[in-house]
Design a binder for this molecule. Sequence first.
Ligand code: ADP
Ligand code: ZN
Length: 289
Amino acid sequence: MILGALEAGGTKMVMAVGNEEGEIFERKSIPTETPEKTIPAMIDYFREKRIEALGIGAFGPVDVREGSKTYGRILDTPKIAWRQYDLGKNLQEALQVPVKVDTDVNASCLGEMTFGDAKGLKNVIYITIGTGIGAGVAVNGGLIHGMLHPEAGHILLRKSPKDSYEGKCPYHKTCFEGLASGPAIEERYGKKAWELAEDKEVWELEADYIAQAMANYILAFSPERIILGGGVMHQTQLLPIVHEKTLDYLAGYLNTPQLTNIESYITLPSLEDNQGILGALQLAVMAKG
Ligand code: ADP
Ligand code: ZN
């Protein structure tokens, strides 16, 4: 089977062609400009490859409810040119193949569950901590959609008394994304996040916020595995502090083998930043049915 995968991001569109075994034959990345410019280039690419189905992991909010009249539509995104754009439908009509659309983070979650270390697990959360914070959530083997889809990067956290930063989220100020995204770190300290690598306090605070979110996700969803991706997690000193602080926040309330072995419970991605595109490939497998 020749399948198409699209990772539709705010800055770039990653297109790939592969098969149901998770083999990627080729890929191409183009900048995300306006739909008028970017969509024809994507159609040309996938048409030439003669793909049989297309899976899309898209920035959100996006309508992921199959059967909805506006399935695959980008909703009220801050990226104005893409607002209310029928991404799924327009690609489906141009390419005449089945198309399945999910959020970028749900796709990454699916990628890890199909081809990565989370293989065989049915309850998994994938979080990206980068320009924004987003979470893909699988429960009982299926990605959560619901009313829209989870927006678990915007959960409300307790602000540290040591932190005087007002928060980056335009809606909630000090939600998880507002306190802990890459741009939040950079605005709080007035430096690029990687330039702060040696500053212990920066990562203590960052790990504190991430750990609060972990505790909330663990309590609310009972995941069997949590995967932390995104640019900020390239700071490898973060993960051990997140482990420690997550257990502190849970305060012994839960006793499970996973929490006893938290190093293999909250982990980094296992697919070398291919989790998103591989998840989109798996969406294509599902679209093909
Ligand atoms: P995006 O979220 O845009 O898809 P990333 O996940 O790479 O992309 O996130 C980019 C953000 O992550 C940057 O704005 C920066 O704040 C942060 N970031 C990227 N690389 C690093 C790094 N090595 N250390 C710390 N923060 C980083
Ligand atoms: Zn928010």
